[in-house]
Design a protein around this ligand. Structure first.
Ligand code: HAM
Length: 423
C-alpha cells in the first residue's frame, strides 16, 4: 500500500472542517486588523533561507529540505515563512508603498525534524509580518493578534513569554559577556553548545541539554546589556501590552531558534500536559536588520507564526470543538433516470441561487434516499418524478417536520427564501 512520507499527515473529516473554520476565523481577524494576504512560493532559492534564517540555526543547518532541480538550481522547501516574505517584499518593491506594510500568510512549511505529536516534517503556519515601523506599538499589536485569536477560540491556559535581544550594539556587548562567562565551562558543554559558543553564543541559553546545569542558571542576563534605547523600546512594548490587558512574563532566557531577531522576541505557550517543548503554539519577534541583510533597503520588521497542527492539538486537549458542520439546505432525488436532466438543471439552478444542495448521484430507491437525506442532515428534500415535470410543480418536504408542499418552479426561490429564513 502506498503510504504518506514520515512526518506528514492527511487532514480529512472533522479535522478538515476545523482547519477550514480556523482559516475563516483568521480571515475575519486579519480584516479587523487591516492586514493584507500574501502568498509566496513553497520553495525558494536556497540562499533565501540559508542567508535569511541564518546558518547557525538548527532549522537551516540540520533541518532544511535542500535539493537541486533538473536545471541544477539549488532550491529549499521553506522551513518558515519570514525569509520568503522578506524576499518578496524586496523583489516586488513593496517598500515603495506607504508604511507600515502589514501582511499575513498561511501555508505549508517543511523541516526535517524527528516527528512526534505537534512536530511534523510538513506543517502549516499562519503568520503575519509588518514592515516599515520601529514603533513598539507594532510589536505589541502583533502579540495581541496571537492572544486575541487564542481568546476567540476559548483557549484558557495561555502564557505569553517575552524578552528583548536589543539592537546590534546590545547584542554585541552581550555576546562578549557570554563568551567570557562560558570560557571556563567549555569542557562541560554539550557538543552543540561548543559549536554555538564560537558561532552564536546566545543560542546556548536555549539549549535543552545544558539548561539545568548550575553555571547556566547564573549566566549573564541580556537585560543587563541592553542599550538605553533598546531598554526603552522593551519597556514601551510592555506598557502597550498592559494597556491591552495582555498578561505576559519576561523570560530572559528566551532567545528563539532563528538568527534574525532584534529587540522583542516572544513565544506563546499553551499549558498542555505531555506536550513538552511542543507547548509553544506561536512565536515571533522583531527583525530590524533582515531586509537589509537580504539586500533590500534598510527596513524594520516584526511578525509571528502559529503552528496550525499544534493549535488543533491544544484545542483538543482543552476539549474545545470548533468543528462546523456544513448544513445542507436541500437534498434532491428523482424517481428514475428519466428525470436526470431535469434534476441536474434544478440542482444547478438552486446552487447558483445560493443554496447548499446535494443530490442523488447513485440512483437510490426512495427509502434509501430519505435515509441519506437524514444522514447528511438536509433541511428540505425535493422529489422529482414524471408528474412533477408534467405539471411544473415541485414536491418539497421539510425533512424535520415532514410537512409537504407543492410549489411552482417559478415560485420555488421565493418559497425557499421564506422557509429557510424562518427555519
Ligand atoms: P518558529 O518558532 O520556528 O518561528 O515557528 C513558529 C511556530 O510554528 C511554532 O511555535 C510551532 O507552533 C510551529 N512549528 C514549528 N516547527 C514545527 C514542526 N516541526 N511541526 C509543527 N509545528 C511546528 C518561525 O517560523 C518564524 N518565522 C516566526 C516569525 C514570523 N518571526 C517573525 N515573523
Amino acid at each position: 500500500m502506498l503510504q504518506k512520507p514520515k512526518g506528514t499527515y492527511d487532514i480529512y473529516g472533522a479535522d478538515a472542517q476545523r482547519v477550514l473554520y480556523l482559516k475563516k476565523l483568521i480571515n475575519v481577524l486579519m480584516e479587523k486588523y487591516n492586514y493584507n494576504y500574501i502568498q509566496s512560493p513553497t520553495f525558494e532559492s536556497s540562499e533565501v533561507f540559508h542567508r535569511g534564517v541564518g546558518e547557525t540555526t538548527d532549522i537551516v543547518s540540520k533541518e532544511t529540505y535542500d535539493f537541486k532541480d533538473r536545471g541544477e538550481r539549488s532550491l529549499t522547501l521553506r522551513p518558515e515563512g519570514t525569509a520568503g516574505i522578506v524576499r518578496s517584499f524586496i523583489e516586488n518593491k513593496l517598500y515603495t508603498s506607504s508604511m507600515p506594510v502589514k501582511l499575513w500568510y498561511y501555508g505549508s512549511m517543511f523541516r526535517y525534524e524527528r516527528p512526534q505529536a505537534g512536530r511534523n516534517r510538513e506543517f502549516s503556519q499562519y503568520g503575519v509580518e509588518v514592515f516599515g515601523s520601529e514603533s513598539p506599538m507594532v510589536d505589541a499589536e502583533v502579540i495581541s493578534i496571537l492572544v486575541t485569536l487564542f481568546r476567540m477560540l476559548g483557549l484558557k491556559g495561555i502564557k505569553v513569554n517575552i524578552n528583548s535581544l536589543g539592537d546590534s550594539q546590545s547584542r554585541m556587548r552581550y555576546r562578549d559577556a557570554l563568551v567570557d562567562y562560558f570560557k571556563p565551562y567549555l569542557d562541560e558543554l554539550c557538543d552543540d553548545c561548543k559549536n554555538r559558543y564560537s558561532k552564536n553564543p546566545l543560542r546556548m541559553l536555549d539549549c535543552k541539554v545544558d539548561q539545568d546545569k548550575e553555571f547556566m542558571k547564573s549566566a549573564p542576563k541580556i537585560s543587563d546589556y541592553l542599550t538605553e534605547e533598546s531598554k526603552k523600546h522593551f519597556e514601551l512594548v510592555q506598557k502597550y501590552l498592559t494597556a491591552m490587558d495582555i498578561d505576559y512574563v519576561v523570560d530572559n532566557n528566551l532567545v528563539r531558534g532563528l538568527d534574525y531577531y532584534t529587540h522583542t522576541v516572544f513565544e506563546v505557550e499553551a499549558d498542555i500536559k505531555g506536550f513538552g517543548s511542543q507547548n509553544v503554539l506561536g512565536a515571533g519577534g522583531r527583525y530590524n536588520n533582515l531586509v537589509e541583510l537580504m539586500e533590500g533597503p534598510s527596513t524594520p520588521g516584526v511578525g509571528f507564526a502559529i503552528g496550525i497542527e499544534r493549535l488543533l492539538l491544544a484545542l483538543e486537549a482543552e476539549d474545545i470543538d470548533i468543528c462546523e458542520k456544513n448544513l445542507v439546505d436541500i437534498y434532491v432525488m428523482n424517481l428514475s433516470e428519466d428525470e436526470n436532466e431535469y434534476m441536474v438543471n434544478l440542482v444547478n439552478y438552486l446552487r447558483l441561487n445560493g443554496y447548499c444542495v446535494e443530490m442523488d448521484y447513485q440512483g437510490r430507491n426512495i427509502k434509501n434516499n430519505f435515509k441519506h437525506a437524514d444522514k447528511i442532515s438536509a433541511r428540505f428534500v425535493i422529489i422529482v418524478g414524471p408528474d412533477e415535470i408534467k405539471k411544473d410543480l415541485i414536491t418539497i418536504k421539510n425533512n424535520e417536520t415532514k410537512e409537504e408542499f407543492k410549489v411552482k418552479f417559478d415560485e420555488l426561490l421565493e418559497f425557499l427564501d421564506e422557509k429557510i429564513s424562518e427555519d
